[in-house]
Design a protein around this ligand. Structure first.
Ligand code: GUN
Ligand code: ZN
Length: 427
């Protein structure tokens, strides 16, 4: 048992429905075997557990472990290309790199780099867009299990419009996916997600095969892309004349439900938003990617008003890195600038999108806030003394301003410690 004496920020009450930042400058979190057994004042914790180890973290700010709902495993070496829209960027930057994961030694190296990227950024849970190669996925799941991270991921499937090395067929995709599900889904903190790349590279049969896997394996997840770029959307309409819109390509295959996470949705139609809300599907909002690929302004207000669940994704490698503080502040920028009228986001909204909303989106009820009864997934932000972020936190007018400063300036260099399920986790 450990008593963590902390300054802590979290968002148990959703700011999108009137909740405010919960902050405390000096409280105790009592953690027993990874479980927060009590959140109370320090003197009470001390007298109730006189023999417990005390760890004083009040020189930093503790927040819940960050949750990245959209991040690509095979793109860690492809971060930072600028100046191309989606389909051109895929052809020239992402897909040639992804083809290299056909080589197991390469996949092994990338898996390690990717997990280092997540943990260094304070990300403790993620929906990971996988590789097109089953062997690379076995390698990744094994490394992810070792890391302790809460990872949901799966084999990416496509049967058209990509380089040959990345294509598969229905039979092979079913066999490889089922093997991966049998080996990894539910093992430790791992879960499986059926992952058609997008309806631009997967025809109706390939999508339907994914739906069959979902029907036959209750509890598995679905992830893909949706309405990211206008050329992509036109292409999808040509490939899927049977569908009434982009979302419907997935829906008619049985791929849209509460365990479905769809990235981007920058250009949705009202019907799609209504259907996502009805099904409980999640939009993974990826602001630096939307900016880097000039995909457009994410219509956050329309999602919120339609009742669609939204959480944050880094979308490495179209996104510019693993740092969810950067995604948060970029979301704020884009909402400020959106000519259609964005949502005025506060620092509490940003923290919520990066933690509790992500945990809810991935149905990780055990994490996302630092309350009694939750598992201790946490990040300690403690910038080096005298650095601008340290100065900013110390001179902030209030806790909401201190949190805004963290989103404005925080980087992995400012993360002093990360815990998953109570265990210190190092990259
Ligand atoms: N759509 C299909 N594949 C991708 C990808 O790798 N990145 C992004 N941003 N969009 C995609
Ligand atoms: Zn993506």
């Amino acid at each position: 048992m450990v008593i963590y004496r902390v300054r802590v920020f979290d968002t148990p009450d959703n700011p999108f429905t009137g909740g405010r930042l919960r902050s405390a400058s000096d409280i105790a979190l009592v953690v027993d075997d990874g479980l927060i057994t009590s959140r109370t004042d320090f003197d009470t914790a001390r007298s109730t557990h006189p023999d417990a180890e005390v760890v004083d973290l009040r020189d930093g700010v503790l927040i819940p472990g960050l949750v990245d709902t959209h991040v690509h495993l095979p793109q860690v070496r492809a971060i930072g290309h600028l100046g191309r829209p989606l389909l051109d960027w895929l052809d020239q930057c992402a897909l040639p790199e992804e083809a290299k994961l056909g080589e197991p030694a390469y996949a092994e190296a990338v898996a390690g780099e990717f997990l280092t990227g997540l943990i260094s950024a304070g990300t403790t849970s993620a929906m990971v867009f996988g590789s097109h190669f089953a062997t690379a996925m076995d390698i990744f799941f094994a490394a992810a299990e070792q890391s302790g991270l809460r990872i949901t991921s799966g084999l990416v499937t496509s049967d058209r419009n990509l380089p040959d090395a990345l294509l598969t067929d229905v039979e092979r995709s079913l066999e490889e996916s089922q093997g991966l599900i049998d080996r990894w889904h539910g093992k430790g903190r791992l879960r499986y997600a059926v992952t058609p790349r997008f309806s631009f590279s997967a025809g109706p049969e390939m999508l339907a095969a994914g739906g069959r896997l979902v029907a036959q394996n209750p509890g598995i997840w679905v992830t893909s892309h949706l309405n990211e770029n206008r050329d992509e959307i036109s292409g999808v309409a040509q490939i899927h004349p049977e569908a009434i819109d982009y979302l419907d390509t997935y829906d008619r295959a049985g791929l849209v439900g509460r365990r479905t996470v769809l990235a981007h949705n920058v250009h949705p139609q009202d019907r799609e938003l209504a259907r996502m809300a009805e099904a409980g599907a999640v939009a993974a909002h990826c602001p630096t990617s939307n900016s880097a690929l000039a995909s457009g302004f994410f219509p956050l207000r329309r999602h919120v008003e339609a009742g669609v669940r939204v959480a944050l994704g880094s979308d490495v490698g179209a996104g510019t890195g693993f740092n969810l503080f950067k995604e948060g502040v970029q979301s704020y920028f884009m909402q400020q600038l959106d000519p259609a009228g964005g949502v005025a986001l506060t620092s509490a909204h940003l923290l919520h999108l990066a933690t509790a909303a992500g945990a809810e989106a991935l149905e990780l009820d055990e994490v996302g806030v630092l309350s009694e009864g939750k598992r201790f997934d946490a990040v300690l932000i403690r910038p080096a003394e005298g650095q601008p972020l340290d100065v900013g936190i110390r001179h902030a007018a209030d806790d909401a301003d201190a949190l805004a400063t963290i989103f404005a300036m925080g980087t992995p260099a400012d993360i002093a410690e990360v815990w998953i399920d109570g265990c210190p986790t190092h990259p």
